[in-house]
Design a protein around this ligand. Sequence first.
Ligand SMILES: Cc1cc2nc3c(=O)[nH]c(=O)nc-3n(C[C@H](O)[C@H](O)[C@H](O)COP(=O)(O)O)c2cc1C
Length: 217
Amino acid sequence: MDSLTRHTDYGNEGLSEVEAGPDPLDLLARWLSDAESAEIFEPNAMVISTVDADGSPSSRTVLLKGLDATGLRFVTNYLSRKGRALAEHNRVSLVFPWYGLKRQVIVSGVAVPTDAETSTSFFDRRPHGARLAAIASDQSEPIASRDILDERMAGLEQQYPEGSPIPRPEKWGAYHVTPDRFEFWAGRSKRFHDRIVFTRTSGAEEPATWSVSRLQP
Ligand SMILES: Cc1cc2nc3c(=O)[nH]c(=O)nc-3n(C[C@H](O)[C@H](O)[C@H](O)COP(=O)(O)O)c2cc1C
């Protein structure tokens, strides 16, 4: 377990206030495109943390499926553990862990289910098998065996052959996250890293305005 004692140097690319610019959503889009160019596996993967009804935090990875000036979108099962948590507490923390680029972005905000049309348009863009999987899976619920899931899938493949229309199940859809804080972290030598924080100053109003500050590493 060499990794536990290794001390890797993080280079000195860093992040200046000038490079960061005034708009965190624009910077996130630029860093996402850098992650794509670097051919990181699933560059749009982010760890989303929610708070259960009893106050327990829980985290898991989802894929970012939409990004614009108003916020971030992901898709999931509304009845999953995270869906149930979000119905109680809609604040989320998102982490993009781009270790290969020595970068990390942390976003805080409020997640709200999108309208049905938006969810359906995300659903219709999924490959055939992924649409059937969204129907077959009661995400986060226990099941007695893998075989039962495979049988469900086989039944759905008969019911909806490739090319036939598949209705979006109500349990599956998109969330829109309206961000109110971003932290951009860029690794530097001697563990003397850069951290640039954007805090929303415009409340819920759009377009958002942001104040910028630097945190100690
Ligand atoms: C790379 C990666 C991408 C994933 N993308 C999604 C996703 O977009 N939506 C989703 O619901 N689950 C996704 N998952 C699965 C989740 O991490 C998680 O297992 C699932 O959503 C159930 O979480 P929950 O029980 O906390 O609700 C992904 C997992 C990985 C490792």
